[in-house]
Structures are given as structure tokens and as C-alpha cells.
Design a protein around this ligand. Structure first.
Ligand code: GRG
Length: 283
């Protein structure tokens, strides 16, 4: 029997393409571009967190899939835009040519825009009641917006011209990485009507998000010259703290995330295993 997070992932994979809108024949290219970037290859960390938070909070994991899809759509749009020549200029994503390499820069920009816009349609057209829908839209917009992922990306871009200190790095990653992970956990609570669990979900997600980003930096460093952030000389936890201290920092935030989970009253065993598995991941 597969573990529960793997079951969530498989259920999500089966459903995710059904959330992509059908485009008219003349402009079907946009549907193809959305599907291309959404196709399997991503780890689906955020959607499985939404589904598991819904379950831990007493809801049904598969009924949270429209919320999980919304978060994954936003995540995928951010990756498409991040790969563009005007941002990180990466030719490969999830083991395939990036969207702009495959479809051209303008269509990649539009595919990202379409995913961003449609994320809110996934929520608005879901089976949840009006309060849940309104709350989910507000939370996702806030975490993906100016004081969330977008703000983090602005700090990241500023870091191309000057070295960021460790405090700025934390500010950047709380926004760029942890904010969307927060939205995933919060939307799971909303799907189960457990608004009271949101503060703990946010605390857990901030710790997990920081651990996740520090590990991402460590993996990039180990990849060496094939990684654009390493080659461009951007500040990272590894460049500022050294590899051993970066590993200790990832351990610390993983433990903090596990401590946050102790404050939830549901069965958090799967979330615990998942948190530890992200610390030990190789990609
Ligand atoms: C362009 C608005 C805008 C934002 C971009 C998400 C992002 C901000 C940039 C992507 C680059 C990056 C390293 C972001 C940090 C978050 C992160 C580690 C993203 C990768 O997430 P994974 O590992 O990716 O979950 P997969 O492919 O597995 O879904």
C-alpha cells in the first residue's frame, strides 16, 4: 500500500489536467502551453500539502483538489516567468526545455498569465461554500502577491546587482518560497472548514518553506556549474554560511516545522514523514 502523500500525489496527477480550460481552436496554443508546463515532472509538494492539511483537519483530501490545483497553477506560472530571459534565463525546467524555448517568449509570458488567472477560477468554480471560496481567494492572492511571492522575487532580482546579507536572504525566502507553501497549507484548513488551525499551518509552512529553500540552495551548490544561480554568483545560504552550516540550518528549520506540527490536534504522522523526506531529498 502506497503512503498517503503518494496517494494524494497520484490523485492530483489524475485530476490536474481537467482544471485546464479548453481553448478555442484558433488559439489552442495557449492550452497546449499551460498543459506542457503542468505536465508531470514537478514534485507536487504544494498540492499534496493542501490535500493532507484538509485530511488532518477532518476533511476529505480529494475534495480539496480544486484548491490544490489553484496553488500548483500559481507555482507553475511563477516557474515559467522565472525562466524567462528577463528573469533567471533558464533554458530547462523539470527536465524539459523551458516554456519560452518551446513556445517562444511572448507565448510563455501568456501561459504564465493564463495559469495565474485561472488559478482563481479553479477556486471560484469549486464545490465549496461562498465563505470558503472568498477566504481561499483572499489568502492565495495575498500569499502570491506583493507581500508574498512577488515581493520575494523583487528582492531576488535586486540581489543580482548587490550581495544580499543573511537577513535579506531570509526576508526573500520567507516571501519567495515560504509564502506559497503557506497558501497551500492554509487552503487545506479552509477546505476542511478549520479556520482555527490556520495560525499553526502558517507557522509550520514558514519553517518548512525555509528548510525547503536552504536544501534547494544546497542541491544547487552540489550541482555546481550546471546551475545558473551558482554560476551567476547570487548570494545563497551556502555562499554566506558554508555548506556545513547551511545543512545545520536546514536541520534546524525541519525540527522547528516538526515542533509546529505538535500543536495540531489531528493525525500528523504523514506530515512529519513528508517534512523529513523533503530534508533528505536529492532533487
Ligand atoms: C516570477 C513572480 C515570479 C516569481 C518567481 C518561484 C519563483 C519566484 C522562482 C523560481 C525559482 C526558485 C528556486 C524559487 C524558490 C522556490 C522553489 C524552490 C521553487 C521550486 O519548487 P519545487 O522544487 O519545483 O517544488 P517542482 O518543479 O518540483 O514543482
Amino acid at each position: 500500500m502506497k503512503n498517503i502523500m503518494e496517494q494524494h500525489r497520484l490523485a492530483f496527477e489524475e485530476a490536474v489536467m481537467s482544471f485546464v480550460p479548453k481553448a478555442g481552436e484558433t488559439y489552442k496554443l495557449i492550452e497546449d502551453a499551460m498543459k506542457y508546463s503542468l505536465e508531470a515532472g514537478g514534485k507536487r509538494v504544494r498540492p499534496v500539502l493542501t490535500m493532507e492539511f484538509a485530511r488532518v483537519c477532518g476533511g476529505v483530501s480529494i475534495s480539496a483538489i480544486p484548491f490544490a490545483a489553484a496553488v500548483e497553477f500559481i507555482h507553475t506560472y511563477s516557474l515559467i516567468h522565472d525562466d524567462l530571459p528577463c528573469m533567471d534565463n533558464d533554458d530547462m525546467r523539470r527536465g524539459k526545455p523551458s516554456s519560452h524555448i518551446k513556445f517562444g517568449e511572448a507565448n510563455a509570458l501568456l501561459a504564465g498569465d493564463a495559469l495565474l488567472t485561472h488559478a482563481f477560477s479553479c477556486i471560484a468554480n469549486s464545490q465549496f461554500d461562498a465563505k470558503q471560496i472568498a477566504y481561499a481567494v483572499k489568502e492565495l492572492a495575498d500569499y502570491a502577491g506583493v507581500n508574498g511571492m512577488i515581493g520575494g522575487q523583487v528582492v531576488d532580482l535586486a540581489g543580482e546587482d548587490k550581495e544580499l546579507g543573511i537577513d535579506e536572504l531570509f526576508i526573500m525566502d520567507k516571501l519567495k518560497t515560504a509564502a506559497l507553501i503557506k497558501s497551500a497549507c492554509v487552503l487545506g484548513c479552509i477546505a476542511a472548514d478549520r479556520y482555527d488551525n490556520i495560525p499553526v499551518a502558517v507557522e509550520f509552512a514558514e519553517n518548512l518553506g525555509l528548510a525547503f529553500q536552504i536544501i534547494d540552495d544546497i542541491l544547487d551548490y552540489l550541482e555546481g556549474e550546471s546551475n545558473s544561480d551558482v554560476v551567476s554568483g547570487k548570494s545563497t545560504y551556502v555562499s554566506l554560511l558554508g555548506i556545513e552550516n547551511a545543512k545545520k540550518m536546514a536541520d534546524k528549520y525541519t525540527n522547528d516545522a516538526l515542533n509546529s506540527l505538535s500543536k495540531l490536534d489531528g493525525d500528523t504522522a504523514n506530515l512529519r514523514d513528508f517534512t523529513v523526506s523533503l530534508l533528505n531529498r536529492q532533487s
